[in-house]
Design a protein around this ligand. Structure first.
Ligand code: FE2
Length: 222
């Protein structure tokens, strides 16, 4: 419960790490505007209303996700917290002129786990395309092993003790204005032209330095 001594500090919507049209033509400014300024903002604002008078009020966002993941009485908080965290993470997974070759540390992990960079990209694309309905595809670290996983709706890998390295949003709001129902075209364009391998490598190197992926909270409070 927030008290006068621990006044509630609302979570804030961080600005995008690039200008609104920076990801065109793969993701239009219109899509990015709705996605960040409407959808992501709504998750953050709803979450603040839901947590203000609870014991969760001043936890970090990733802590709220973990604390509420298995709580049937906290489903709404979990959904909004996870979506707020997922989107903050996702914006950093994209960059203008992205794609290409991953940094060496990540490339070596991809080769060890998948046999090569292209095979890893294909596994990530397959995960994103085959996720049934709304959700996310992830490149994660499970202990010291690189894996691809996917989650439905708001769910993410944090409560499973996995370290997210990269994600692709496959909710329809991420691509429908630009690609209509062609999710595969959107996913392949993101992987080829926007994905921020340097961010994934930073998350990998941080997790490997710490040596315990369950305790890594990638970068972000909001
Ligand atoms: Fe989204």
């Amino acid at each position: 419960m927030a008290t006068a001594a621990t006044a509630f500090v609302p979570l804030t919507l961080a600005p995008l790490p690039y200008v609104i049209d920076a990801l065109e033509p793969v993701i239009s400014a219109r899509t990015l505007g709705f996605h960040h300024d409407k959808h992501h903002r709504a998750y953050v604002e709803t979450l603040n209303k839901l947590i203000v008078s609870t014991e969760l009020a001043n936890l970090r966002l990733d802590q709220i996700v973990r604390e509420t993941a298995a709580r049937p009485d906290r489903v709404s908080i979990f959904n909004n917290a996870a979506q707020a965290w997922n989107h903050s993470f996702y914006w950093n997974c994209l960059k203008p002129q992205g794609g290409g070759e991953p940094p060496l540390s990540l490339k070596q992990k991809m080769e060890a786990a998948f046999g090569g960079v292209d095979a890893c990209k294909k596994a990530l694309a397959d995960g994103a395309v085959t996720q049934f309905g709304s959700g996310w595809a992830w490149l994660v670290l499970d202990g010291h092993e690189l894996k691809v996983t996917k989650t439905g709706n708001a769910n993410d890998p944090l409560p499973q003790g996995l370290t997210p390295l990269l994600t692709i949003d496959v909710w329809e709001h991420a691509y429908y204005l630009d690609y209509q129902n062609s999710r595969a075209d959107h996913v392949n364009a993101v992987i080829d032209k926007l994905v921020n391998w340097e961010f994934a490598a930073e998350n990998l190197e941080k997790a490997m330095d710490i040596g315990d992926s369950a305790h890594v909270a990638p970068l972000l409070r909001t």
